[in-house]
Design a protein around this ligand. Sequence first.
Ligand code: CA
Length: 231
Amino acid sequence: MSGAHIVVVEDESDILEVLSYNLRREGFEVSSSLNGVQGLELIQQQLPDLVLLDLMLPGIDGLEICRRLRSNSASQHIPIVMVTAKGEESDVVLGLGIGADDYLVKPFSPKELIARVKAVLRRASAGAEAAGEQRVLIDGLDIDTSKYKVALNGEEIKFTATEFRLLHYLASHPGRVFSREQLLDRGFSTDAIVVDRNIDVHIRAIRKKLGDDQNFIETIRGVGYRFKDAD
Ligand code: CA
């Protein structure tokens, strides 16, 4: 957990300093911004493990940042802790309603800050593990996320990390059609220049490794791809 990357968005520089200092001392990696617009950009670029978000910010406020992070699939699972002044309780309720994970009311002690951040990170990683445990078994294909292994009729097949995630994602939703754009949006391209063709390249590699006889992944012309429904 220490070493986790945290973005802090807070327009009062002395509070920002206190927050950053205490988080760093605890071993966290901290990036920060004094401004809502830049803060949002920073979060979207870096996709940190957690965001500490002040409510009242110039430009766009914390609630709007929270709303935008939650509406984008790349950032929707990033834990958000809101930082509020006393008397902003109604905003806190609103913030929790649109997906903030927890909140801190100023003034707070460093001890309280660290305890809250650690608790939220712990919950988030427990959730991610639970989501990653889904094993997929379809027509002789066994995708085991706990061991990061794929086998077809008992024979192990090696995939790259991207191929593995893409295959697991498609196979977890058999029969459902995904556009290339939807797949890219779910983070299946780590290339600097993201183009639709990247998905085609990964799919081609996956198909080749699975062998052609079983056509697990169907091409839906003009749309995208679909993992075949179980027979
Ligand atoms: Ca503020």
